[in-house]
Design a protein around this ligand. Sequence first.
Ligand code: FAD
Length: 518
Amino acid sequence: GLCLLSFMRSFPDFIVTAATPSCSLSKENCRELAALNLNLNISFSNTAKASQDFGHMYHDRPSAIIYPSSAQDIVAIVKLAYFSPNNLTIAAKGAGHSIYGQAQALHGIVIEMSSLKGIEVGVHGFGEAAVPFVEASGGELWIDVVKEALKKGMAPRSLTDYLYLSVGGTLSNAGVSGQAFRYGPQISNVLELEVVTGKGEIVICSKHQHADLFYSVLGGLGQFAIITKAKIRLHHVPPKVKWVRAYYSDFSAFTKDQEMLISQGRENSFDYIEGSVLVKGKDVNSWKMESHTLEDVNSNVTIESDAPVLYCLELTKAYFERESNLIGKKLNSLLERLHYLPSEVSIIDASYLGFLDRVHDKERDLRKSGLWYTPHPWLNLFIPKSRIIEFDAWVFKKKLSGGINGPMLVYPLNRNKWDSRMSAVTPSEDIFYAVGLLGYASPRSAPTAESLMDQNSKILYFCRTKSIEYKQYLPHYVNLDEWRTHFDRLWPRFRERKLRYDPKAILSPGQRFFFLEE
Ligand code: FAD
Protein backbone atom coordinates (compact mmCIF):
# COMPACT_ATOMS: atom_id res chain seq x y z
CA GLY A 1 0.00 0.00 0.00
CA LEU A 2 0.99 3.59 0.51
CA CYS A 3 3.85 4.37 2.79
CA LEU A 4 5.56 7.53 3.83
CA LEU A 5 9.09 7.03 2.58
CA SER A 6 10.72 9.28 5.08
CA PHE A 7 9.64 6.84 7.75
CA MET A 8 11.02 3.82 5.95
CA ARG A 9 13.96 2.30 7.74
CA SER A 10 14.32 -0.97 5.89
CA PHE A 11 13.34 -2.14 2.48
CA PRO A 12 11.01 -5.01 1.80
CA ASP A 13 12.35 -7.88 -0.29
CA PHE A 14 9.75 -7.54 -2.97
CA ILE A 15 11.42 -4.41 -4.31
CA VAL A 16 12.77 -5.32 -7.71
CA THR A 17 16.39 -6.26 -7.42
CA ALA A 18 16.80 -8.48 -10.44
CA ALA A 19 18.72 -6.75 -13.17
CA THR A 20 16.48 -6.20 -16.21
CA PRO A 21 17.74 -5.13 -19.60
CA SER A 22 15.76 -1.89 -19.52
CA CYS A 23 15.67 -0.51 -16.01
CA SER A 24 14.94 -1.42 -12.44
CA LEU A 25 14.25 0.21 -9.14
CA SER A 26 17.01 -1.26 -7.04
CA LYS A 27 17.43 -1.37 -3.29
CA GLU A 28 19.98 1.33 -3.78
CA ASN A 29 17.41 3.53 -5.53
CA CYS A 30 15.02 3.02 -2.68
CA ARG A 31 17.70 3.99 -0.19
CA GLU A 32 18.34 7.09 -2.26
CA LEU A 33 14.63 7.85 -2.38
CA ALA A 34 14.45 7.58 1.38
CA ALA A 35 17.54 9.73 1.78
CA LEU A 36 15.77 12.53 -0.08
CA ASN A 37 13.83 12.84 3.12
CA LEU A 38 10.65 13.89 1.40
CA ASN A 39 7.22 13.26 2.74
CA LEU A 40 6.61 11.34 -0.40
CA ASN A 41 3.68 9.07 -0.98
CA ILE A 42 5.04 6.03 -2.71
CA SER A 43 3.58 2.63 -3.34
CA PHE A 44 5.62 -0.48 -4.11
CA SER A 45 2.68 -2.83 -4.06
CA ASN A 46 -0.48 -2.60 -6.10
CA THR A 47 1.63 -1.30 -8.99
CA ALA A 48 -0.51 -3.28 -11.44
CA LYS A 49 -2.96 -0.39 -11.54
CA ALA A 50 -0.34 1.72 -13.32
CA SER A 51 0.01 -1.00 -15.96
CA GLN A 52 -3.48 -0.33 -17.34
CA ASP A 53 -4.68 2.12 -19.87
CA PHE A 54 -7.73 2.73 -22.05
CA GLY A 55 -6.29 0.57 -24.82
CA HIS A 56 -6.32 -2.53 -22.56
CA MET A 57 -3.59 -4.12 -24.65
CA TYR A 58 -0.31 -3.16 -22.92
CA HIS A 59 0.43 -4.01 -19.31
CA ASP A 60 3.94 -2.88 -18.40
CA ARG A 61 4.20 -2.95 -14.64
CA PRO A 62 6.30 -0.32 -12.85
CA SER A 63 8.27 -0.94 -9.69
CA ALA A 64 6.74 1.98 -7.86
CA ILE A 65 3.99 4.57 -8.10
CA ILE A 66 4.62 8.01 -6.69
CA TYR A 67 1.91 10.46 -5.68
CA PRO A 68 3.57 13.89 -5.67
CA SER A 69 2.20 16.74 -3.64
CA SER A 70 4.37 19.40 -5.27
CA ALA A 71 6.56 20.01 -8.31
CA GLN A 72 9.53 19.75 -5.91
CA ASP A 73 8.63 16.09 -5.28
CA ILE A 74 8.90 15.52 -9.04
CA VAL A 75 12.23 17.34 -9.20
CA ALA A 76 13.59 15.03 -6.50
CA ILE A 77 12.45 11.86 -8.25
CA VAL A 78 13.75 12.90 -11.65
CA LYS A 79 17.11 13.92 -10.15
CA LEU A 80 17.34 10.55 -8.49
CA ALA A 81 16.80 8.82 -11.83
CA TYR A 82 19.19 11.20 -13.59
CA PHE A 83 22.05 10.41 -11.21
CA SER A 84 21.21 6.73 -10.87
CA PRO A 85 23.42 4.25 -12.76
CA ASN A 86 20.44 1.92 -13.22
CA ASN A 87 18.69 3.31 -16.32
CA LEU A 88 15.72 4.20 -14.18
CA THR A 89 12.75 5.45 -16.19
CA ILE A 90 9.80 7.61 -15.20
CA ALA A 91 6.37 7.99 -16.77
CA ALA A 92 4.08 10.83 -15.83
CA LYS A 93 0.59 9.41 -15.92
CA GLY A 94 -2.38 11.71 -16.42
CA ALA A 95 -5.76 10.08 -16.89
CA GLY A 96 -4.15 6.95 -18.40
CA HIS A 97 -6.28 7.18 -21.52
CA SER A 98 -3.49 6.19 -23.85
CA ILE A 99 -4.03 3.22 -26.11
CA TYR A 100 -0.63 1.57 -26.45
CA GLY A 101 1.01 1.84 -23.01
CA GLN A 102 2.39 5.34 -23.57
CA ALA A 103 1.99 6.28 -19.88
CA GLN A 104 3.55 3.05 -18.55
CA ALA A 105 7.10 2.40 -17.34
CA LEU A 106 8.25 -1.21 -17.19
CA HIS A 107 10.14 -1.67 -13.88
CA GLY A 108 10.38 2.10 -13.58
CA ILE A 109 8.43 4.74 -11.67
CA VAL A 110 4.99 6.02 -12.58
CA ILE A 111 4.16 9.49 -11.30
CA GLU A 112 0.44 9.73 -10.70
CA MET A 113 -0.07 13.35 -11.80
CA SER A 114 -3.65 13.53 -10.52
CA SER A 115 -2.32 14.01 -7.01
CA LEU A 116 -1.01 17.47 -7.97
CA LYS A 117 -3.99 19.76 -7.58
CA GLY A 118 -4.80 23.35 -8.51
CA ILE A 119 -6.96 25.28 -10.96
CA GLU A 120 -7.10 29.07 -10.95
CA VAL A 121 -8.63 31.56 -13.37
CA GLY A 122 -6.78 34.85 -13.92
CA VAL A 123 -5.80 37.53 -16.42
CA HIS A 124 -2.49 37.68 -18.30
CA GLY A 125 -1.18 41.16 -19.23
CA PHE A 126 -2.87 44.55 -18.96
CA GLY A 127 -5.36 46.78 -20.77
CA GLU A 128 -6.09 45.95 -24.41
CA ALA A 129 -3.53 43.14 -24.40
CA ALA A 130 -5.04 41.42 -21.35
CA VAL A 131 -5.79 37.75 -21.97
CA PRO A 132 -7.91 35.66 -19.59
CA PHE A 133 -6.39 32.32 -18.68
CA VAL A 134 -6.75 29.33 -16.44
CA GLU A 135 -3.70 27.93 -14.70
CA ALA A 136 -4.02 24.22 -13.99
CA SER A 137 -1.78 21.53 -12.57
CA GLY A 138 -0.62 19.00 -15.15
CA GLY A 139 -2.73 16.18 -13.72
CA GLU A 140 -6.01 18.09 -13.55
CA LEU A 141 -8.75 16.89 -15.87
CA TRP A 142 -10.13 19.16 -18.56
CA ILE A 143 -13.67 18.66 -17.23
CA ASP A 144 -12.65 20.35 -13.97
CA VAL A 145 -10.75 23.07 -15.82
CA VAL A 146 -13.84 23.78 -17.95
CA LYS A 147 -16.18 23.84 -14.94
CA GLU A 148 -13.93 26.31 -13.11
CA ALA A 149 -13.64 28.59 -16.16
CA LEU A 150 -17.40 28.47 -16.80
CA LYS A 151 -17.99 29.92 -13.32
CA LYS A 152 -16.55 33.13 -14.83
CA GLY A 153 -18.46 32.73 -18.12
CA MET A 154 -15.35 31.51 -19.96
CA ALA A 155 -13.93 28.31 -21.44
CA PRO A 156 -10.69 27.16 -23.10
CA ARG A 157 -10.91 27.98 -26.79
CA SER A 158 -9.95 24.51 -27.97
CA LEU A 159 -10.89 21.24 -26.28
CA THR A 160 -11.10 17.50 -26.93
CA ASP A 161 -14.31 15.55 -27.58
CA TYR A 162 -13.94 13.88 -24.22
CA LEU A 163 -12.98 15.92 -21.16
CA TYR A 164 -11.87 13.28 -18.66
CA LEU A 165 -8.32 13.56 -19.99
CA SER A 166 -5.50 15.34 -18.19
CA VAL A 167 -4.02 18.70 -19.11
CA GLY A 168 -0.48 17.26 -19.29
CA GLY A 169 -1.63 14.22 -21.28
CA THR A 170 -3.35 16.08 -24.10
CA LEU A 171 -0.70 18.84 -24.23
CA SER A 172 1.87 16.09 -24.77
CA ASN A 173 -0.03 15.13 -27.93
CA ALA A 174 -2.00 18.07 -29.39
CA GLY A 175 -5.66 18.04 -28.27
CA VAL A 176 -7.89 18.25 -31.33
CA SER A 177 -11.61 18.54 -31.77
CA GLY A 178 -14.21 20.57 -33.62
CA GLN A 179 -12.87 23.97 -32.44
CA ALA A 180 -9.30 23.34 -33.66
CA PHE A 181 -10.01 24.57 -37.19
CA ARG A 182 -10.35 28.08 -35.76
CA TYR A 183 -8.17 28.16 -32.65
CA GLY A 184 -5.70 25.42 -33.42
CA PRO A 185 -5.21 22.36 -31.21
CA GLN A 186 -4.98 22.77 -27.43
CA ILE A 187 -1.20 23.11 -27.73
CA SER A 188 -1.72 26.32 -29.75
CA ASN A 189 -3.57 27.85 -26.80
CA VAL A 190 -0.95 27.60 -24.06
CA LEU A 191 0.50 30.82 -22.64
CA GLU A 192 3.04 29.36 -20.24
CA LEU A 193 4.19 26.07 -18.78
CA GLU A 194 5.96 25.03 -15.61
CA VAL A 195 7.92 21.86 -16.35
CA VAL A 196 10.51 19.54 -14.81
CA THR A 197 13.04 18.44 -17.43
CA GLY A 198 14.69 15.03 -17.65
CA LYS A 199 17.63 16.52 -15.74
CA GLY A 200 15.37 17.44 -12.83
CA GLU A 201 15.40 21.18 -13.52
CA ILE A 202 12.21 23.11 -12.87
CA VAL A 203 11.65 25.72 -15.59
CA ILE A 204 8.92 28.23 -16.38
CA CYS A 205 8.73 28.56 -20.13
CA SER A 206 6.66 30.38 -22.72
CA LYS A 207 7.16 31.77 -26.21
CA HIS A 208 9.14 34.60 -24.51
CA GLN A 209 11.33 32.64 -22.10
CA HIS A 210 13.01 29.27 -22.68
CA ALA A 211 11.00 29.18 -25.89
CA ASP A 212 12.77 26.12 -27.28
CA LEU A 213 11.80 24.06 -24.23
CA PHE A 214 8.23 25.44 -24.39
CA TYR A 215 7.76 24.38 -28.01
CA SER A 216 9.55 21.06 -27.45
CA VAL A 217 7.12 20.08 -24.70
CA LEU A 218 3.98 21.00 -26.70
CA GLY A 219 3.12 17.81 -28.55
CA GLY A 220 6.39 16.35 -27.24
CA LEU A 221 4.95 12.94 -26.25
CA GLY A 222 6.30 13.41 -22.73
CA GLN A 223 9.88 13.11 -24.01
CA PHE A 224 11.44 16.33 -22.74
CA ALA A 225 9.87 17.31 -19.45
CA ILE A 226 6.98 16.69 -17.10
CA ILE A 227 4.31 19.40 -17.26
CA THR A 228 3.53 20.41 -13.70
CA LYS A 229 1.43 23.49 -14.55
CA ALA A 230 -0.06 25.02 -17.69
CA LYS A 231 -1.54 28.47 -18.28
CA ILE A 232 -4.25 28.10 -20.90
CA ARG A 233 -5.99 30.79 -22.83
CA LEU A 234 -9.71 31.32 -22.23
CA HIS A 235 -12.45 33.19 -24.01
CA HIS A 236 -15.94 34.33 -23.03
CA VAL A 237 -18.63 31.90 -24.13
CA PRO A 238 -22.42 32.04 -24.35
CA PRO A 239 -24.31 29.61 -22.09
CA LYS A 240 -26.22 27.77 -24.81
CA VAL A 241 -25.59 26.06 -28.14
CA LYS A 242 -27.62 24.93 -31.12
CA TRP A 243 -26.33 21.50 -32.00
CA VAL A 244 -26.85 20.52 -35.61
CA ARG A 245 -26.49 17.26 -37.51
CA ALA A 246 -26.90 17.08 -41.26
CA TYR A 247 -26.39 14.03 -43.48
CA TYR A 248 -24.70 13.47 -46.83
CA SER A 249 -24.38 10.57 -49.24
CA ASP A 250 -21.86 12.37 -51.45
CA PHE A 251 -18.41 12.56 -49.80
CA SER A 252 -17.26 15.27 -52.14
CA ALA A 253 -20.21 17.53 -51.22
CA PHE A 254 -19.60 16.73 -47.55
CA THR A 255 -15.91 17.68 -47.62
CA LYS A 256 -16.51 20.77 -49.78
CA ASP A 257 -19.00 22.05 -47.23
CA GLN A 258 -16.64 21.26 -44.34
CA GLU A 259 -13.77 23.02 -46.10
CA MET A 260 -15.92 26.05 -46.89
CA LEU A 261 -17.02 26.28 -43.25
CA ILE A 262 -13.49 26.07 -41.81
CA SER A 263 -12.35 28.88 -44.12
CA GLN A 264 -14.92 31.38 -42.76
CA GLY A 265 -14.72 33.83 -39.87
CA ARG A 266 -16.83 33.47 -36.75
CA GLU A 267 -19.85 35.38 -38.02
CA ASN A 268 -20.21 33.32 -41.17
CA SER A 269 -19.63 29.90 -39.77
CA PHE A 270 -20.13 27.57 -36.82
CA ASP A 271 -18.12 27.29 -33.59
CA TYR A 272 -17.57 23.57 -33.80
CA ILE A 273 -17.21 21.52 -36.99
CA GLU A 274 -16.71 17.77 -37.08
CA GLY A 275 -17.91 14.89 -39.21
CA SER A 276 -18.39 11.15 -39.00
CA VAL A 277 -19.20 8.14 -41.12
CA LEU A 278 -22.47 6.22 -40.79
CA VAL A 279 -22.84 2.59 -41.73
CA LYS A 280 -25.97 0.68 -42.68
CA GLY A 281 -28.01 -0.59 -39.75
CA LYS A 282 -30.13 -3.71 -39.63
CA ASP A 283 -33.17 -2.10 -41.31
CA VAL A 284 -32.87 -1.26 -44.95
CA ASN A 285 -33.24 2.45 -44.45
CA SER A 286 -31.71 2.79 -41.04
CA TRP A 287 -28.22 4.18 -40.69
CA LYS A 288 -26.16 3.66 -37.63
CA MET A 289 -24.21 6.48 -36.20
CA GLU A 290 -21.51 4.68 -34.28
CA SER A 291 -20.96 7.86 -32.49
CA HIS A 292 -19.62 8.50 -29.03
CA THR A 293 -22.05 11.33 -28.57
CA LEU A 294 -25.44 11.39 -26.84
CA GLU A 295 -27.67 8.45 -27.65
CA ASP A 296 -30.79 10.52 -27.91
CA VAL A 297 -29.47 12.72 -30.68
CA ASN A 298 -30.37 10.54 -33.62
CA SER A 299 -27.86 7.78 -33.16
CA ASN A 300 -30.01 5.88 -35.64
CA VAL A 301 -31.35 7.79 -38.60
CA THR A 302 -33.68 6.71 -41.34
CA ILE A 303 -32.57 7.85 -44.75
CA GLU A 304 -33.35 6.32 -48.13
CA SER A 305 -30.05 5.78 -49.84
CA ASP A 306 -28.22 2.98 -51.54
CA ALA A 307 -24.83 4.60 -50.89
CA PRO A 308 -22.27 2.30 -49.22
CA VAL A 309 -21.90 4.71 -46.28
CA LEU A 310 -23.35 8.09 -45.26
CA TYR A 311 -21.64 11.06 -43.66
CA CYS A 312 -22.80 13.22 -40.81
CA LEU A 313 -21.75 16.83 -40.49
CA GLU A 314 -21.87 17.90 -36.85
CA LEU A 315 -21.95 21.58 -35.98
CA THR A 316 -22.68 23.94 -33.12
CA LYS A 317 -23.45 27.61 -32.84
CA ALA A 318 -23.28 29.13 -29.37
CA TYR A 319 -25.68 31.90 -28.35
CA PHE A 320 -26.80 34.06 -25.46
CA GLU A 321 -30.35 33.98 -24.11
CA ARG A 322 -30.89 37.48 -25.51
CA GLU A 323 -30.22 36.15 -29.02
CA SER A 324 -32.91 33.45 -28.75
CA ASN A 325 -35.14 35.16 -31.28
CA LEU A 326 -32.38 35.66 -33.80
CA ILE A 327 -30.49 32.39 -33.58
CA GLY A 328 -33.01 30.41 -35.66
CA LYS A 329 -32.70 32.88 -38.51
CA LYS A 330 -28.93 32.91 -38.23
CA LEU A 331 -28.80 29.11 -38.35
CA ASN A 332 -31.04 28.98 -41.39
CA SER A 333 -28.87 31.40 -43.30
CA LEU A 334 -25.76 29.35 -42.43
CA LEU A 335 -27.42 26.04 -43.33
CA GLU A 336 -28.79 27.38 -46.62
CA ARG A 337 -25.31 27.37 -48.05
CA LEU A 338 -24.78 23.64 -47.39
CA HIS A 339 -25.53 20.65 -49.61
CA TYR A 340 -26.76 17.96 -47.21
CA LEU A 341 -29.63 15.55 -47.92
CA PRO A 342 -32.72 17.68 -47.36
CA SER A 343 -34.78 14.96 -45.69
CA GLU A 344 -32.86 14.85 -42.44
CA VAL A 345 -31.39 17.56 -40.32
CA SER A 346 -31.53 17.59 -36.57
CA ILE A 347 -31.17 20.70 -34.45
CA ILE A 348 -31.28 20.50 -30.69
CA ASP A 349 -30.63 22.92 -27.85
CA ALA A 350 -27.98 22.13 -25.28
CA SER A 351 -26.18 23.99 -22.53
CA TYR A 352 -22.58 24.92 -23.35
CA LEU A 353 -21.29 22.44 -20.77
CA GLY A 354 -23.82 19.78 -21.79
CA PHE A 355 -22.44 19.89 -25.30
CA LEU A 356 -18.76 19.93 -24.27
CA ASP A 357 -19.30 17.01 -21.89
CA ARG A 358 -21.29 15.01 -24.46
CA VAL A 359 -19.08 11.92 -24.49
CA HIS A 360 -19.44 11.33 -20.76
CA ASP A 361 -22.98 9.99 -21.12
CA LYS A 362 -21.77 7.53 -23.70
CA GLU A 363 -18.95 6.51 -21.34
CA ARG A 364 -21.54 5.49 -18.71
CA ASP A 365 -23.30 3.26 -21.27
CA LEU A 366 -20.03 1.72 -22.39
CA ARG A 367 -19.01 1.01 -18.81
CA LYS A 368 -22.35 -0.71 -18.24
CA SER A 369 -22.07 -2.84 -21.37
CA GLY A 370 -18.44 -3.69 -20.59
CA LEU A 371 -17.13 -2.23 -23.84
CA TRP A 372 -15.19 0.44 -21.92
CA TYR A 373 -12.93 -2.34 -20.64
CA THR A 374 -12.31 -4.30 -23.86
CA PRO A 375 -9.27 -3.64 -26.09
CA HIS A 376 -9.47 -0.43 -28.13
CA PRO A 377 -6.99 -0.60 -30.99
CA TRP A 378 -7.64 2.97 -32.13
CA LEU A 379 -6.01 4.53 -35.14
CA ASN A 380 -5.87 8.30 -35.53
CA LEU A 381 -4.50 9.81 -38.71
CA PHE A 382 -3.98 13.17 -40.32
CA ILE A 383 -4.61 12.86 -44.08
CA PRO A 384 -3.77 15.67 -46.54
CA LYS A 385 -6.79 17.28 -48.17
CA SER A 386 -5.63 16.37 -51.68
CA ARG A 387 -5.87 12.62 -50.86
CA ILE A 388 -8.99 12.44 -48.71
CA ILE A 389 -11.33 11.47 -51.58
CA GLU A 390 -9.07 8.54 -52.43
CA PHE A 391 -8.85 7.61 -48.76
CA ASP A 392 -12.65 7.64 -48.48
CA ALA A 393 -13.11 5.53 -51.61
CA TRP A 394 -10.98 2.69 -50.29
CA VAL A 395 -11.16 3.00 -46.51
CA PHE A 396 -14.69 4.16 -45.66
CA LYS A 397 -16.63 3.01 -48.71
CA LYS A 398 -14.89 -0.35 -49.11
CA LYS A 399 -12.87 -1.54 -46.14
CA LEU A 400 -14.95 -0.16 -43.30
CA SER A 401 -18.44 0.04 -44.80
CA GLY A 402 -19.57 -2.58 -42.28
CA GLY A 403 -18.41 -0.40 -39.37
CA ILE A 404 -15.78 -0.89 -36.71
CA ASN A 405 -17.99 -1.06 -33.61
CA GLY A 406 -17.12 2.50 -32.73
CA PRO A 407 -17.09 6.01 -34.16
CA MET A 408 -15.31 6.91 -37.39
CA LEU A 409 -14.50 10.60 -37.42
CA VAL A 410 -13.43 12.72 -40.37
CA TYR A 411 -13.09 16.52 -40.33
CA PRO A 412 -10.67 19.10 -41.72
CA LEU A 413 -8.19 21.31 -39.88
CA ASN A 414 -6.22 24.40 -40.89
CA ARG A 415 -2.48 23.85 -40.65
CA ASN A 416 -1.76 27.55 -40.17
CA LYS A 417 -3.19 27.20 -36.63
CA TRP A 418 -0.32 24.86 -35.73
CA ASP A 419 3.02 26.44 -34.83
CA SER A 420 5.76 24.49 -36.59
CA ARG A 421 8.12 25.08 -33.65
CA MET A 422 5.97 22.71 -31.57
CA SER A 423 6.92 19.02 -31.51
CA ALA A 424 3.58 17.82 -32.95
CA VAL A 425 3.81 16.96 -36.64
CA THR A 426 1.19 17.34 -39.37
CA PRO A 427 1.06 16.76 -43.13
CA SER A 428 2.47 19.71 -45.07
CA GLU A 429 -0.70 20.77 -46.91
CA ASP A 430 -2.61 23.83 -45.71
CA ILE A 431 -5.66 21.70 -44.93
CA PHE A 432 -5.54 18.16 -43.59
CA TYR A 433 -8.21 15.84 -42.24
CA ALA A 434 -8.32 14.35 -38.76
CA VAL A 435 -9.49 10.76 -39.16
CA GLY A 436 -10.36 8.79 -36.03
CA LEU A 437 -11.05 5.06 -36.29
CA LEU A 438 -12.20 4.37 -32.75
CA GLY A 439 -13.23 0.71 -32.65
CA TYR A 440 -14.19 -1.23 -29.52
CA ALA A 441 -13.31 -4.92 -29.57
CA SER A 442 -16.27 -7.01 -28.63
CA PRO A 443 -15.81 -9.47 -25.76
CA ARG A 444 -18.09 -12.10 -27.32
CA SER A 445 -18.26 -11.64 -31.09
CA ALA A 446 -16.69 -9.60 -33.87
CA PRO A 447 -14.77 -7.44 -34.10
CA THR A 448 -11.89 -8.90 -32.16
CA ALA A 449 -8.89 -6.80 -31.15
CA GLU A 450 -6.83 -8.75 -33.69
CA SER A 451 -9.23 -8.04 -36.55
CA LEU A 452 -9.29 -4.33 -35.71
CA MET A 453 -5.51 -4.25 -35.55
CA ASP A 454 -5.25 -6.10 -38.82
CA GLN A 455 -7.59 -3.55 -40.39
CA ASN A 456 -5.39 -0.72 -39.07
CA SER A 457 -2.30 -2.30 -40.61
CA LYS A 458 -4.04 -2.62 -43.96
CA ILE A 459 -5.10 1.03 -43.88
CA LEU A 460 -1.56 2.15 -43.06
CA TYR A 461 -0.22 -0.11 -45.79
CA PHE A 462 -2.70 1.43 -48.25
CA CYS A 463 -1.54 4.94 -47.30
CA ARG A 464 2.11 3.97 -47.70
CA THR A 465 1.72 2.23 -51.04
CA LYS A 466 -0.30 5.16 -52.39
CA SER A 467 2.36 7.57 -51.07
CA ILE A 468 -0.20 9.50 -49.05
CA GLU A 469 1.69 11.90 -46.79
CA TYR A 470 -0.21 10.84 -43.67
CA LYS A 471 0.80 11.33 -40.04
CA GLN A 472 -0.33 9.21 -37.16
CA TYR A 473 -1.86 11.29 -34.38
CA LEU A 474 -1.27 9.79 -30.89
CA PRO A 475 1.39 7.76 -32.71
CA HIS A 476 2.42 4.24 -31.87
CA TYR A 477 5.53 2.72 -33.43
CA VAL A 478 7.60 -0.31 -32.66
CA ASN A 479 10.96 0.65 -34.06
CA LEU A 480 13.25 3.59 -34.49
CA ASP A 481 12.96 3.70 -38.27
CA GLU A 482 9.22 4.25 -38.00
CA TRP A 483 9.77 7.16 -35.63
CA ARG A 484 12.32 8.65 -38.02
CA THR A 485 9.80 8.40 -40.84
CA HIS A 486 7.08 9.91 -38.66
CA PHE A 487 9.14 13.01 -37.89
CA ASP A 488 10.78 13.02 -41.28
CA ARG A 489 12.90 16.18 -41.72
CA LEU A 490 12.05 17.16 -38.12
CA TRP A 491 13.63 14.01 -36.65
CA PRO A 492 17.08 15.65 -36.09
CA ARG A 493 15.38 18.48 -34.18
CA PHE A 494 13.38 16.04 -32.06
CA ARG A 495 16.49 14.04 -31.31
CA GLU A 496 18.57 17.11 -30.44
CA ARG A 497 15.84 18.29 -28.10
CA LYS A 498 15.87 14.88 -26.42
CA LEU A 499 19.61 15.08 -25.91
CA ARG A 500 19.25 18.61 -24.53
CA TYR A 501 16.38 18.08 -22.08
CA ASP A 502 16.34 14.36 -21.28
CA PRO A 503 19.79 13.05 -22.27
CA LYS A 504 19.43 9.86 -20.25
CA ALA A 505 16.08 8.98 -21.87
CA ILE A 506 14.34 8.79 -18.51
CA LEU A 507 10.93 10.20 -19.42
CA SER A 508 7.85 8.46 -20.88
CA PRO A 509 9.54 5.18 -21.88
CA GLY A 510 6.11 3.82 -22.93
CA GLN A 511 6.34 5.86 -26.14
CA ARG A 512 9.04 3.38 -27.19
CA PHE A 513 11.49 5.76 -28.74
CA PHE A 514 14.60 3.62 -28.47
CA PHE A 515 16.84 6.67 -28.31
CA LEU A 516 19.59 4.71 -26.66
CA GLU A 517 19.74 2.39 -29.67
CA GLU A 518 21.04 5.11 -31.97
P1 FAD B 1 -1.91 9.60 -20.39
O1 FAD B 1 -2.39 8.39 -21.09
O2 FAD B 1 -1.89 9.55 -18.92
O3 FAD B 1 -0.48 10.03 -20.94
C1 FAD B 1 -0.23 10.20 -22.31
C2 FAD B 1 1.25 10.49 -22.55
O4 FAD B 1 1.58 11.77 -22.02
C3 FAD B 1 2.19 9.51 -21.87
O5 FAD B 1 3.34 9.35 -22.64
C4 FAD B 1 2.51 10.20 -20.56
O6 FAD B 1 3.75 9.79 -20.02
C5 FAD B 1 2.54 11.65 -20.99
N1 FAD B 1 2.11 12.57 -19.92
C6 FAD B 1 1.00 12.49 -19.16
N2 FAD B 1 0.96 13.52 -18.29
C7 FAD B 1 2.05 14.25 -18.53
C8 FAD B 1 2.58 15.45 -17.96
N3 FAD B 1 1.96 16.09 -16.98
N4 FAD B 1 3.75 15.92 -18.45
C9 FAD B 1 4.39 15.28 -19.46
N5 FAD B 1 3.95 14.15 -20.01
C10 FAD B 1 2.79 13.66 -19.56
N6 FAD B 1 -7.48 13.28 -28.16
C11 FAD B 1 -7.74 14.38 -28.85
O7 FAD B 1 -6.85 15.10 -29.26
N7 FAD B 1 -9.02 14.74 -29.12
C12 FAD B 1 -10.08 14.03 -28.68
O8 FAD B 1 -11.21 14.40 -28.93
C13 FAD B 1 -9.82 12.86 -27.92
N8 FAD B 1 -10.83 12.11 -27.43
C14 FAD B 1 -10.55 11.00 -26.70
C15 FAD B 1 -11.60 10.24 -26.19
C16 FAD B 1 -11.35 9.10 -25.45
C17 FAD B 1 -12.51 8.29 -24.91
C18 FAD B 1 -10.02 8.70 -25.22
C19 FAD B 1 -9.72 7.46 -24.45
C20 FAD B 1 -8.96 9.44 -25.74
C21 FAD B 1 -9.21 10.59 -26.48
N9 FAD B 1 -8.19 11.38 -27.00
C22 FAD B 1 -8.48 12.52 -27.69
C23 FAD B 1 -6.79 10.97 -26.85
C24 FAD B 1 -6.14 11.65 -25.66
O9 FAD B 1 -5.92 13.01 -25.91
C25 FAD B 1 -4.77 11.03 -25.39
O10 FAD B 1 -4.90 9.66 -25.18
C26 FAD B 1 -4.13 11.67 -24.16
O11 FAD B 1 -2.82 11.21 -24.03
C27 FAD B 1 -4.92 11.31 -22.96
O12 FAD B 1 -4.56 12.06 -21.86
P2 FAD B 1 -4.23 11.30 -20.53
O13 FAD B 1 -4.23 12.33 -19.46
O14 FAD B 1 -5.09 10.13 -20.34
O15 FAD B 1 -2.75 10.86 -20.88
